[in-house]
Design a protein around this ligand. Structure first.
Ligand SMILES: Cc1cc2nc3c(=O)[nH]c(=O)nc-3n(C[C@H](O)[C@H](O)[C@H](O)COP(=O)(O)O)c2cc1C
Length: 358
């Protein structure tokens, strides 16, 4: 299964297909992860992250009924992303989540929203090397499974490669098993290009695997960050909401045995042309809606999550904005299913390969 150009650092962790689906609040819930797995060849082991989860809340939440903590039956290739810095909350959170048998735990060191900054979580942790290292140590102390960190290429307005090297070395020395770098600065938020070259440079200074994230929109992008920029893996975020079959495309492009064929998905090959991808997106939205219904009984939650998924992915489509507005007009799930089906029948949509990230 291993492709010759893939680096070997991930082998130790049992990962031979180093393409990951990112943590995204409001998006990376169980229905989304199942949609990704639906479009991924079953012989590939793929790791999907959860939305970020507050360690202050987890100890008091119910695993089976809290939306963000739900997993599918026997789902084990997932990584809960933890937000927090306090052992008092981290320890019981890990203990509780271990009953779900996750692949590992990730620590969020990249979130720039003010609520997380106020508590010294998220990207604020990047401002203090020793403090960040101590959080890694704490998570390692309690986690029997691998621990990763997701951070940004720059904790402020500009990149500071020397600081980033020191920071990531400290994470490695304190036990991080791998890291993901969202190769944008904090000031960039989610906008514009990502500096994949910087991720490759950090990778060369460390011995643990380093995953690149940010602006990876196509299979070619994902392969390029490994083949050209020397990273160990690629993490796809927003583009997976438009192209949930991106891992299937990557597998095909790597020449791996990547056939998926079942009753719901009779395609022999991953969709590729602008119109085939757009057609499949229409179907994927209906599958996604059914998956949301499978995992939640809360109609409002389902409608909100569906709209957010469409708001994120629709930008890749010619009539995306109109599609999103149509979805927002639906008053309930049945109405939503009807307007999506009608849209699929009426419109010949096209998917753009890449867009400007905003
Ligand atoms: C709606 C949304 C929610 C996000 N939530 C998280 C999160 O919970 N944890 C995290 O580490 N990053 C989060 N991110 C950042 C993504 O994981 C990723 O780093 C970012 O979108 C850049 O990748 P992209 O350019 O491929 O989208 C979020 C991004 C978006 C758009």
């Amino acid at each position: 299964m291993e492709h010759p150009f893939l680096h070997k650092r991930f082998s130790r962790l049992g990962i031979s297909f180093p393409f990951f689906i990112a943590p995204m609040v409001g998006l990376s819930h169980v229905a989304f992860r199942e949609l990704i797995r639906f479009y991924t060849p079953k012989n590939l082991r793929v790791i999907c992250y959860t939305e970020m989860l507050s360690t202050r809340r987890i100890p008091n939440e119910k695993l089976e009924t809290t939306e963000g903590l739900k997993t599918s039956e026997n789902e084990c290739d997932f990584i809960p992303q933890l937000l927090g810095n306090d052992e008092k909350y981290i320890a019981p959170s890990i203990e509780k989540l271990m009953t779900k048998v996750p692949f590992g735990f990730d620590i969020n060191m990249g979130c720039p929203v003010s609520h997380t900054l106020k508590h010294n979580w998220g990207v604020r942790l990047m401002g203090d090397i020793n403090y960040a290292a101590s959080v890694v140590k704490t998570v390692k102390k309690h986690s029997p499974v691998p621990v990763s960190v997701k951070l940004r290429g720059g904790a402020d307005k500009v990149e500071d490669p020397a600081y980033l090297f020191d920071f990531t070395s400290a994470l490695e020395q304190n036990g991080a098993d791998f890291i993901t770098i969202h190769a944008r600065t904090r000031a960039q938020k989610h906008k514009g290009d990502a500096n994949w070259n910087l991720v490759g440079e950090v990778r060369n200074k460390l011995s643990i695997p380093v995953i690149a994230n940010g602006n990876i929109q196509t299979s070619a992008d994902a392969i390029q960050v490994i083949q050209h920029f020397g990273c160990d893996g690629a993490m796809i975020a927003r583009a997976a909401c438009a192209r949930p079959w991106i891992l299937w495309q990557i597998a095909e492009d790597l020449g791996l045995n990547a056939c998926i064929s079942n009753e719901l998905l009779p395609l022999q090959k991953a969709p590729r042309s602008q119109s085939d991808e757009a057609k499949e997106y229409g179907k994927a939205c209906l599958i996604f809606l059914s998956l949301l219904e499978k995992y939640s009984q809360d109609e409002q939650y389902i409608l909100e999550r569906f709209r957010f998924f469409v708001a994120t992915g629709c930008r890749w489509f010619q009539f995306g904005h109109y599609y999103w507005k149509t979805c927002c007009s639906a008053k309930n799930i049945e109405h939503l299913r009807r307007v999506v089906t009608e849209f699929n029948e009426k419109f010949q949509n096209n998917m753009y390969e890449r867009i400007n990230m905003i």
